[in-house]
Design a protein around this ligand. Structure first.
Ligand code: ARG
Length: 462
């Protein structure tokens, strides 16, 4: 491969550690698109003749077809996807194939291929996350008025609606999409033409290749163009944050599916049984979504360590940027699909949720607020009085709603029968109409707003 300088072939171990074809063959379509843009530019500026460029482009098309048909033979001796394709091109069209690599290096080539790949990933992830948002928003609309307990410290805190809870994730995913979109903007510059590290003496037109590949502009510094991988790190970091959000929802599904909560049920399609315990229905997909963050965050950490302290410009260390990244991006895509399918699949047990929402004195804050509003108590004092009433109810083994008025009046004589109007979970959620609050009317409005927005985005995306 290296021409005149070498006499002997590499040692088998050298080949094994050096070759990347096992994983970078995934970049074949980006590599071919990049080469076609490069060759068209070489012809446009007169470095190649139109006839030469046409032959090379035709050969590249044929290779694309071979790879897609599964008839292409990848060779480890040829190291990577770039050399594999170039070698096949020479077999197909002869020595003119050697002109493709004019004014280019594998360093700017791989940086270009990988940017194109990451850009495709970001676009696909955005569509997938929007699909999950839609599934959540639709379920939220259907359950805008379904009451469940809201938790802090995983202790019953105040009643909320199931729709409100689901919409919390729609908001998180919106920010995730924002982070991915930001990364896309910074990523979308073209390294091609930076050559090995210093640029080239050939009169190339970098604006032309950048434009042909859909990049906003060529990268301004050839050393930077071939040697940074922040365009991988940033999407990985954004994916890790998003996957973290999914782990929280996954964990909640695991909890909600347990007999102890009994809040939701996944159908058979999303449950697994046990080989020994016939009664089991396990939410394995949710558990796996919860676990996949390990790979995604691991890939981010791994690449960060690969890049740490690398002097400019390219070093072979950077070949270690791909394998774990591909695995992480696959895992991220799969977690989004699995979560979307589970959200569509699951149905809440409204009675169980309501009963749990009413337990644990969840409307105690409503009682304290009533004391503030109707008796003019400072909130701190109302809090204290309510604590006394909760203790009394607990001692008698009843909920606040079932505690008789005389008992309440033992603690605060000015309490009237009217207090019972705020003690039901339905009244509690309905009263929380502050912007962003859990009231069913808020949730309905927010869910509809999201569905509309997602519709508009889907139309714009096409
Ligand atoms: N397979 C290599 C990689 O992924 C391509 C670039 C090789 N460049 C070099 N100078 N050896 O990084």
């Amino acid at each position: 491969m290296w021409g005149g300088r070498f006499e002997a072939a590499p040692d088998a171990i050298m080949q094994e550690i050096n070759a990347s074809i096992g994983f970078d063959k995934r970049l074949y379509s980006q590599d071919i698109v990049g080469s076609k843009a490069h060759v068209a530019m070489l012809a446009a500026v007169g470095i190649l003749t139109e006839a030469e460029a046409k032959r090379i482009a035709k050969g590249l098309d044929r290779i694309l077809a071979e790879i897609e048909a599964g008839t292409f033979t990848f060779s480890r001796a040829l190291e990577d996807i770039h050399m594999n394709i170039e070698a096949r091109l020479a077999e197909l069209i002869g020595p003119v194939a050697g002109k493709l690599h004019t004014a280019r290096s594998r360093n700017d080539q791989v940086a270009t291929d990988f940017r194109l790949y990451m850009r495709d990933f970001l676009d696909a992830a955005d569509v997938a996350l929007a699909g999950l948002q839609r599934a959540l928003a639709e379920k939220a609309l259907a359950h805008a008025g379904t009451v469940m307990p809201g938790f802090t410290h995983l202790q019953t805190a105040q009643p909320v609606t199931f729709g409100h809870h689901l919409l919390a994730y729609v908001e998180m995913l919106a920010r995730d999409r924002g982070r991915l979109a930001d990364a896309r903007k910074r990523l979308n510059e073209c390294p091609l033409g930076a050559a090995a590290l210093a640029g080239t003496s050939f009169p190339i037109d970098r604006r032309m290749t950048a434009k042909a590949l859909g990049f906003a502009r060529p990268m301004a510094n050839s050393l930077d163009a071939v040697s940074d991988r922040d365009f991988v790190l940033e999407p990985l970091a954004a994916a890790a944050i998003s996957a973290m959000h999914l782990t929280r929802l996954a964990e909640e599904i695991v909890l909600w599916c347990s007999a102890q909560f009994g809040f939701v049920r996944l159908t058979d399609a999303f449950s697994t049984g046990s080989s020994i315990m016939p009664q089991k229905r396990n939410p394995d997909a949710a558990e796996l979504v919860r676990a996949k963050l390990g790979r995604i965050s691991g890939a981010f950490q791994g690449l960060l360590m690969v890049m740490k302290g690398l002097p400019l410009a390219y070093s072979k260390d950077m070949q270690e940027d791909k394998e774990a990244t591909f695995d992480a991006l696959d895992a991220f895509a799969l977690t989004i699909s699995a979560m979307t399918a589970m959200i569509r699949d699951l149905e809440p047990d409204e009675q169980a949720m309501r009963a749990a929402a009413a337990a644990g004195f969840s409307t105690a804050t409503d009682l304290a607020d009533w004391l503030v509003r109707h008796l003019g108590l400072p909130f701190r004092e109302a809090h204290h009085v309510t604590g006394g009433i909760v203790a009394l109810a607990e001692a008698r083994g009843v909920g606040l709603e079932a505690l008789d008025l005389a008992a309440m009046q033992e603690i605060e004589p000015r309490i009237t029968r009217e207090v019972y109007s705020v003690l039901s979970v339905e009244r509690s959620v309905a009263s929380r109409r502050s912007y962003g609050g859990t009231a069913p009317q808020n949730v309905r409005k927010m869910a509809k707003g999201w569905i509309k927005r997602l519709d508009r985005q889907a139309v714009r995306g096409k």
